[in-house]
Design a protein around this ligand. Structure first.
Ligand SMILES: Cc1cc2nc3c(=O)[nH]c(=O)nc-3n(C[C@H](O)[C@H](O)[C@H](O)COP(=O)(O)OP(=O)(O)OC[C@H]3O[C@@H](n4cnc5c(N)ncnc54)[C@H](O)[C@@H]3O)c2cc1C
Length: 495
């Protein structure tokens, strides 16, 4: 991207600087490609724009072209690439399935893009220890399929399961609908093999369930958005698959009624595995997208609740408690239990397709992934509705009510500058509103590119400075996934 335009006049020094930087990067990358040919096959090195264009975007729909794409098949190859990149001070961006919603896998400064598509082997399913060892490019759904026949499951399964990779899920500490009961990705990562920016291979954690030896580097790397180390091997805990699952659906006549419903369900003495929320805009949009005429467009919100377990009578008892809690809550229009597995699956498909349905409207959009204390979520949804009232841009909210994690989609027309400005201003108001309620900028999608310039609204200078010092301890040359997490003006060096 060429920056530096002021008052419609070209900022010549900035433009010249950019051209010089690109020229020197081109030379560095040509030299690097030569050296890579010593240990990578030709098919693992992409330099032509047409083939590289497949890797230049993710689910944010932003585009940044790398200078070279490398497709390693082993940890040693990743280590050699990192040694070369470190010596040449060339930026490196790790990439998995490109489903990220915060732009973390985009090579904003060009340079090397390492795609893990070819490191996609399930290395071991250790049934005795209930663990698996995988390469980072394994697609989430492929791991689920491999575990199914063994009656095992890996709970963290994001809605992007058919495309997202375990490396991406670990890097983002991904959440998913069942996190209410089972926790997030970090709760399942026991060990990581990773390559540091200087090429050193480390193995942190391992197969033990407990480990308090020194700082918890596994937890630090999980959720570090590919900015501290490149993950090349993952050891995960898996669980026996619950044999019984039931889904209830509730329509609400008021957004805030969802708060009481969630509280009543927890007060009934059970922990459901999922409590999901969709506002009326999301309901209407999915109803059109999936031609689901039975969805109630007159409702202010829809809540899906799933309970699961290993024993049918216990699950039935939990369902009875959920329905009783709903009947005693104000504003619940129609408490209902899905009669069949097919009906339950259809309801979950409706929830999973919310984002694709909103995107299908063909507008430009901004996404927020705010998280607040659980009880506040419906209040946040209402506050966002207020923020959007009378505005030209559209706002839809949906998400994980059981975790207080609300996804906000702000839609505006491409090229309409008034709407672009309004959308960005609304995004700022959404973040401020969540922070006022004790919330955070992002619950599961990560800071990446999209939330980095809002970091100082939530975090103090001291906290951002501490994070920068951690980044510098791992990556003193700042080559690994630069341009992410830290606000633009904070990028230059440790505080
Ligand atoms: C339809 C849809 C539904 C979604 N549902 C959910 C959901 O339910 N829950 C949720 O949390 N998210 C969800 N997401 C967001 C996204 O799927 C997750 O963030 C996912 O974990 C990203 O995985 P990925 O393989 O696509 O990673 P990418 O998008 O390729 O990369 C994401 C980040 O991981 C880093 N990375 C990738 N591989 C490595 C590696 N080997 N080592 C170090 N860093 C690495 C990248 O640099 C980047 O910062 C959804 C997205 C879509 C489009």
């Amino acid at each position: 991207m060429i920056s530096g335009f002021a008052n419609s006049e070209i900022d010549t020094p900035a433009l010249m600087g950019e051209i010089k930087r690109k020229k020197s990067m081109k030379q560095k990358v040509e030299h690097l490609a030569e050296q890579c040919r010593r240990f990578l096959k030709e098919e693992q090195i992409l330099v032509d724009r047409e083939r590289m264009s497949h890797f230049c975007y993710d689910a944010t729909e932003m585009r940044f072209m790398p200078d070279i794409v490398l497709l390693p098949v082993s940890t040693e190859q990743v280590s050699m690439i990192m040694k070369l990149a470190n010596a040449g001070e060339i930026p490196v961006t790790p990439q998995g399935g490109r489903t990220g919603l915060s732009g973390g896998a985009l090579p904003v400064n060009g340079g090397i893009l390492i795609s893990f598509l070819r490191m996609n082997r399930i290395l071991e399913i250790d049934e005795k220890n209930m663990q698996v060892r995988v390469e980072p490019g394994v697609v989430s759904a492929d791991l689920q399929d491999a575990l199914k026949s063994l009656d095992l499951f890996f709970p963290p399964d994001p809605s992007s399961t058919v495309e997202s990779t375990l490396g991406g899920n670990v890097a983002e500490n991904a959440g998913y609908t069942r996190a209410v009961k089972y926790g997030v990705t970090r709760d399942y990562v026991l060990g990581l093999e990773a390559v540091l920016p200087d090429g050193t291979i480390i193995n942190v954690g391992g197969k033990t369930v407990k480990n308090v030896t020194g700082y918890d580097l596994v937890a630090l790397l999980t959720g570090s958005e590919g900015t501290l180390a490149v993950v090349t091997g993952i050891t995960l805990k898996v669980l026996p698959k619950p044999g019984f699952r039931r889904t209830c659906v509730f329509y609400l006549d008021d957004l805030v009624a969802a708060a009481d419903l969630v509280v009543s369900i927890f007060a009934s003495g059970i922990i459901p595995c999922a409590i999901e929320f969709m506002d009326s805009t999301s309901i209407g949009c999915v109803a059109d997208y999936l031609s689901a005429a039975d969805l109630r467009r007159d409702a202010a919100a829809m809540v899906l609740v799933e309970v699961d377990g290993y024993c049918a009578p216990a699950v039935d008892e939990e369902v009875a408690r959920v329905l009783a809690a709903a009947r005693s809550s104000v504003g619940v229009m129609e408490p209902r239990l899905a009669e069949t597995d097919e009906e339950a699956e259809r309801l979950w498909r409706i929830r999973r397709e919310t984002l694709p349905a909103l995107k299908s409207l063909g507008k430009e959009h901004l996404e927020a992934d705010v998280v607040v204390p659980r009880y506040q979520l419906p209040m946040l949804a209402r506050s966002i509705q207020e923020i959007g009232r009378g505005k030209k841009v559209g706002i839809a909210t949906y998400g994980h009510a059981g975790d207080g994690n609300l996804h906000v989609t702000i839609q505006y027309r491409k090229g309409n500058f008034a709407e672009v400005e309004e959308a960005h201003s609304l995004l700022g108001e959404v973040y401020d509103s969540a922070i006022r309620m004790g919330g955070k900028l992002t619950g599961e999608h990560g800071v990446g590119l999209t939330a980095k310039n809002y970091m100082d609204r939530q975090m103090s200078k001291a906290e951002i400075g501490l994070m920068k010092r951690i980044k510098w301890a791992f990556d003193p040359k700042g080559i690994l996934n630069p341009g992410k997490i830290f606000p633009d003006e904070e990028r230059k060096g440790p505080a």
